[in-house]
Design a binder for this molecule. Structure first.
Ligand SMILES: *[C@@H]1O[C@H](CO)[C@@H](O)[C@H](O)[C@H]1NC(C)=O
Ligand SMILES: *[C@@H]1O[C@H](CO)[C@@H](O)[C@H](O)[C@H]1NC(C)=O
Ligand SMILES: *[C@@H]1O[C@H](CO)[C@@H](O)[C@H](O)[C@H]1NC(C)=O
Ligand SMILES: *[C@@H]1O[C@H](CO)[C@@H](O)[C@H](O)[C@H]1NC(C)=O
Length: 248
């Protein structure tokens, strides 16, 4: 009697187990959509993978989710197969059987301002040019007698009365560009003979310059600043590409 009861419990246990497995089967048949990872998603859901790939689920039969488009780093949705210009820069979202791909026009992002590749712009004393990989200094600005900004190319010298303006590379650090102003050494200047501490200029001349001009600059900067880790293109391979690789 005890043994019989025990067997009943055992049989019941097997049935419960079978039932559970059956439930799991049922659940997967009710899967509305499969996402890129093969996970079930509910109809009407919308999601973003890797901060770039936007999908939604429109079906109810376990079909693959719909690829909607690419999300730009500026949080603009670019629909699939569209190349769209947003605030002057193009963004392209493409799709084929093997992959989806997002690409944005390369840019230099400096102090929350975006610059096109090939364009020059000014930041303080220096003029920069934007390239795919980063920005390079192309020259330095100084003010002439009439208070106009004048551009000096690297290696050039400009004159403003007794003051010489120089834009060049540091001899010891060719990776840095400097701009400085100093009293012309080809013009005779009378000055007192007290000794100062500034090693860049004959000390008394600095005083003289400060009396002469109200703007006094000596600035330097890395000649190149990388665009950093901001990406230009992203790619995601689709399941079909895997079978392609294993074919033959
Ligand atoms: C999914 O996206 C497609 C393409 O943008 C759209 O036509 C469809 O209405 C969307 N479906 C749902 C459920 O959001
Ligand atoms: C989903 O995509 C994969 C790979 O491209 C394909 O093999 C499969 O048949 C698709 N499933 C459905 C339900 O369309
Ligand atoms: C997008 O369009 C621009 C011009 O409108 C073009 O220069 C660029 O190459 C295009 N990008 C892609 C990935 O097709
Ligand atoms: C200063 O620069 C401006 C613009 O380049 C120029 O028109 C002007 O003639 C210059 N003034 C002097 C005194 O060189």
């Amino acid at each position: 009697m005890l043994l019989f009861g025990y067997m009943l419990v055992l049989i019941g246990f097997i049935f419960v187990n079978a039932d559970e497995e059956f439930d799991i089967e049922l659940l997967s048949e009710e899967c509305d959509c499969r996402d890129w990872y093969g996970v079930c998603r509910k109809q009407g859901a919308e999601w973003l993978d890797e901060n770039v790939w936007m999908y939604n689920c429109s079906s109810s039969n376990g079909a693959n989710a719909t690829f909607v488009g690419c999300m730009s780093p500026q949080k603009e949705l670019i629909s699939t197969k569209i190349n769209k210009t947003v605030e002057g820069f193009w963004h392209a979202c493409d799709e084929d059987d093997l992959r989806i791909r997002y690409e944005q026009e390369p840019r230099c992002l400096v102090e929350s301002e975006s610059y096109h590749v090939g364009s020059t712009f000014r930041l303080g004393t220096f003029q920069w040019i934007c390239l795919d990989t980063g920005r390079w200094i192309t020259g330095c600005f100084y003010k002439n007698e009439t208070n106009n900004d004048v551009l000096l190319r690297i290696g050039e010298t400009g004159y403003n009365g007794l003051i010489k303006h120089v834009c060049d590379r540091f001899v010891d650090y060719p990776g840095r560009v400097q701009y400085y102003a100093e009293v012309r050494d080809d013009v005779h200047v009378k000055h007192p003979t007290n000794k100062g501490v500034n090693q860049n200029f004959p000390p008394s001349k600095e005083e003289l310059i400060q009396g002469k001009v109200n703007r006094w600059l000596h600035e330097n900067s890395a000649a190149f600043v990388s665009n950093g880790e901001q990406f230009g293109a992203r790619i995601r391979y689709l399941p079909a590409s895997r079978s392609d690789w294993t074919k033959k």
